[in-house]
Ligand binder design. Structure first.
Ligand code: C5P
Length: 237
């Protein structure tokens, strides 16, 4: 089924304001949003996000907040000055932190008069494997731990989680249709896999139940980024 909105979030993954501006200028119209991460925010701050605002493109701020509840709440409230429709927190920050994050997102809505930004949980970083989480004192099976953290996120009223394409089906079943699944590790047919190991095509991921597809290099490194994004959007039928 074709999504009612454009689910493509282009990961800009740059520290350069000019590069971000140039890419958004080319891609606007063929993507639904852009993702700005720690590198862009550390280099350019809130001012750097505001310098992209004239494009009127939704911004997913992927800063993966993880701190005491008060600090995370204050950081989220501070995003009222930069228009973002979605941001991330680590679910391992625990119940009080997750609840504080949701309360803070409501405060942002109050301060801006706009919709509440979606708060999306990161479960287990995909850079960690079973041995890594054991070293952290987690004795559960990795998939069970992801499921438990997704359940915690949902019980704290988070809007959804980030997950790999191969977790979509199980999390959709576990969390129901209203829980937002944001999915990186997407590669259109025939494109380079780069350092991604467990990949899926955009159409397959949407079919399995993804709400948003986070796609970086297949678009940003393409000879013609606008054409690459349009081709992906057109494939989602
Ligand atoms: O270039 P590529 O499409 O691989 O970029 C994917 C984006 O999603 C990058 O910003 C990357 O950091 C992010 N990401 C990921 N895998 C995860 C979580 C986030 O690739 N598990």
């Amino acid at each position: 089924m074709k999504p009612k909105y454009n689910p493509i979030i282009c990961a800009l993954d740059t520290t350069e304001i000019d590069e971000a501006n140039g890419l958004i200028g080319k891609l606007r119209g063929n993507i639904g949003a852009v993702k700005l991460g720690l590198e862009y925010f550390t280099a350019n701050g809130a001012g750097g996000v505001r310098q992209l605002a004239h494009h009127n493109i939704p911004v997913f701020l992927d800063l993966k907040f993880h701190d005491i509840p008060n600090t995370v709440a204050k950081a989220i409230e501070a995003t009222a000055g930069i228009d973002t429709f979605m941001m991330t927190v680590h679910t391992s920050g625990g119940r009080a932190m997750l609840q504080a994050a949701i309360d803070a997102s409501m405060e942002v809505a109050y301060l801006t008069g706009k919709d509440r930004p979606l708060i999306i949980g990161v479960t287990v970083l995909t850079s960690l494997d079973q041995a890594d989480i054991s070293m952290l004192g987690v004795n559960a099976n990795l998939n069970d731990h992801v499921a438990r953290l997704a359940d915690l996120a949902q019980s704290c009223r988070l809007d959804g989680v980030v997950c790999s394409p191969y977790e979509i089906a199980a999390l959709r079943k576990q969390c129901g249709s209203d829980f937002t699944l944001v999915v990186p590790g997407i590669r259109p047919e025939g494109s380079a896999t780069n350092d991604q190991k467990r990949i899926m095509t955009p159409a397959e991921a949407i079919q399995k139940g993804a709400d948003y597809l986070v796609i970086g290099r297949p678009i940003t490194q393409a000879k013609n980024p606008a054409e690459a994004a349009k081709k992906i959007a057109d494939s989602l039928v």
